[in-house]
Design a protein around this ligand. Sequence first.
Ligand SMILES: C[S@@+](CC[C@H](N)C(=O)[O-])C[C@H]1O[C@@H](n2cnc3c(N)ncnc32)[C@H](O)[C@@H]1O
Ligand code: SF4
Ligand code: SF4
Length: 305
Amino acid sequence: MTLISEPDIVLREPTDFGDRTFRSALVNVTNVCNLSCRHCFVFRADNPNAPKDKMDDATMLYQLAVLRDKHHIESMLFMGGEPMIRKKFVLEAMGLFPRSSIVTNGTYGIPSAPGHLVTVSLDGPEAYNDPIRGDGVYRKVKDAIFARDPNDRTNVILQMTITRENAPAIEEFVEGVKDWPVDGVAFTFYVPSKGEHSELAWDDLRERDEVVDRVIAMKRAYPKLIKSNVGALEMMKSDRALEYTGENGEPCVMRHMLPLYMGDGGNFEKTFCCYGNNVDCSRCGAYAVFNGAYHRVQGLPQPVD
Ligand SMILES: C[S@@+](CC[C@H](N)C(=O)[O-])C[C@H]1O[C@@H](n2cnc3c(N)ncnc32)[C@H](O)[C@@H]1O
Ligand code: SF4
Ligand code: SF4
């Protein structure tokens, strides 16, 4: 227990995650979400995700600062649940780190965070997004994007998580959003859980290759708009992907990131990786894994956001 300046406020110490350095981390500031997207890894059974588990603002600010100093965290991704449910807190806590970013479902408006990255999730054009994210969500997010001040110096990008189900709509999605007031469009691919056979997951990575090729084609058609790099996408192909994911994440660069989930009694818990527990690394589609590996192979500094 530690006393801070106000004598009657006692803040509890964060969970002990050892002494390792984690240059980047993510934090689920809340397990509460207004949507229930069908593909969401956060709310899978094996993850800490009970909405009743909460940490108050002062304690979370304090614990994030302690963990920052202990693990030398430079970059923090604010996530949830839906982080904009705690908008005021998130905007304040972003100041704790040299680099902070937010990933949001966009239904509470797009936060203004000058100098920071705000990633807004949309999983395809309306006819594909809404069956995943909920009726009316595409329209709401579009309205929010158009309502924001495009000159507020916030770096806003859209992110589509490609599943087997929405993959046919990649091109239609790009055509639909290419003139929106955003700074780019990013793609990542579905991360299934172990043993999952669903309409969202590819059973065999070879079936995913043609989709990766179509993202590469989009990148070539819209090199400024699409925030993917061809070298990293090539590494996602079935003949190479396992080198970077392993069967169990052994070589995965994302294992160097500290995932802070909101666990039992409102205390942070570290999961296997930022996609939680019980993930199928051998079919992982997280773009960041391959982009990080690409930077490592090229001898470049790791991407920070
Ligand atoms: C879990 S959400 C949390 C933040 C916010 N609620 C949102 O939807 O953006 C963060 C990102 O993870 C993506 N995501 C969810 N489930 C996924 C999965 N199984 N594999 C890959 N990405 C996933 C979402 O589409 C979203 O872009
Ligand atoms: S909005 Fe985000 S956290 Fe909520 S269910 Fe959808 S992907 Fe998961
Ligand atoms: S699921 Fe993906 S991001 Fe997580 S450890 Fe496995 S390969 Fe890495």
